[in-house]
Design a protein around this ligand. Structure first.
Ligand code: ZN
Length: 233
């Protein structure tokens, strides 16, 4: 009974807040339909879709000094200001609801790509970061992709054991030092011969995803591809 009253109060409060702060699309400020969350369908449909899995083209833009350890990198969108805004909301401002549309779009791209992956592994957060943020956006994304494609999510196989620093302003040498020994594989025997899709929000310099791929290949994964919402040019 108390639980039911609590739920009722919660709904009343939510509807009251919707009257005071009606849910608007993050991109166009139009009122959202009852089944839309954070972004309206037309805005989402008009994001600059550019599924691109060409690792050679990507590699020349990545700031690695060796060929990437991943076989392909599937990225859905160009990192334009609208995509950037949504990803920022998804990652830093509690926009978990964006996992579903992004995950469904990524799932469709993965199916169409014919990459033949056996497992989805989200790029892990360090436990201190996970505690602060309350969720790992890559894991939410991977779960939606998995739901769409019927590929299992192995969220506990790759662990970030070192709390790495933000890398945006680091040079290549600093990045490599920052990532050294950052990731470890639990139950490596599970990875033998497995084709893995590493899931993350954005492919930027490629150092983090490359390091994850290297660690997974070291434990005899057959191949690693990356799956991200966007790729920075
Ligand atoms: Zn909109």
């Amino acid at each position: 009974m108390i639980q039911r009253i609590g739920k009722w109060l919660q709904l009343l409060l939510a509807s009251g807040l919707d009257v005071v702060y009606p849910p608007l699309c993050l991109l166009c400020d139009q009122l959202l339909a009852p089944d839309e969350r954070l972004v309206c369908r037309p805005c989402f449909a008009h994001l600059p879709l550019r599924v691109d899995g060409d690792v050679a083209a990507a590699a020349c833009r990545l700031r690695l000094n060796h060929p990437p350890h991943f076989e392909r990198c599937l990225a859905l969108y160009a990192y334009d200001p609208q995509v950037q805004k949504l990803v920022h909301f998804f990652k830093y401002r509690g926009g978990r609801a964006l996992a579903r549309p992004f995950g469904e779009a990524l799932g469709a791209a993965l199916t169409a790509s014919d990459c033949g992956v056996n497992a989805l592994i989200p790029v892990p957060l360090h436990r201190s970061r996970l505690r602060d943020r309350g969720y790992n956006q890559s894991e939410l994304l991977a779960r939606e992709v998995g739901r769409c494609c019927g590929v299992p999510v192995w969220g506990d196989v790759l662990v970030r054991k070192k709390a790495t620093l933000p890398q945006a302003r680091m040079d290549r040498r600093q990045r490599l030092g920052n990532l050294r020994d950052a990731f470890v594989v639990k139950a490596p025997e599970r990875l033998s011969g497995v084709r893995v899709a590493l899931v993350d929000d954005v492919l930027t310099t490629g150092h983090t995803l490359d390091e994850c791929a290297r660690v997974l290949l070291d434990t005899r994964a057959a191949a690693v591809i990356t799956l991200t919402i966007a790729r920075v040019e």
